[in-house]
Design a protein around this ligand. Sequence first.
Ligand SMILES: [Zn+2]
Ligand SMILES: [Zn+2]
Length: 147
Amino acid sequence: MIMQIENRRDKIQEFKKICQTHRLKVTPQRIAIYRELFNSDTHPAADTIYRIVKKEYTNISFDTVNRTLLTFAKIGIVDVVEIFGGAKRFDPNVTKHHHIHCTQCGKILDFYSRNYDNLAVPDEVYEQFQVVSKRVILKGICRECRQ
Ligand SMILES: [Zn+2]
Ligand SMILES: [Zn+2]
């Protein structure tokens, strides 16, 4: 179900290029933050990334990690996931995809569906909104939580 299609090295190269385009300095810390987000498939919160990156860069603060992730979101390298209350969650996958939320452990996984991509937006929505993106969000209980 989870597809991290591109390989890691390409992804880091692409990351560096986008940073340069936006005049964002590519520092080892920023690469580490992006790498850990990219390596995770559960859409982690800043706190989770902070705890991992801190092992390598012991002086890094939570604030720096959080601010960096928000900057990444601003320049479009990552997305902020739809969350209804609770900490912001980040998504390194900016291609078209859908989400399944586990209501027990809180992990969010990606999935792909042509059918969902092509869902028609109801007329009454179009009357009021210019729709800029569509995502189907499913909720359920993951395999680990059911065991
Ligand atoms: Zn779960
Ligand atoms: Zn996602």
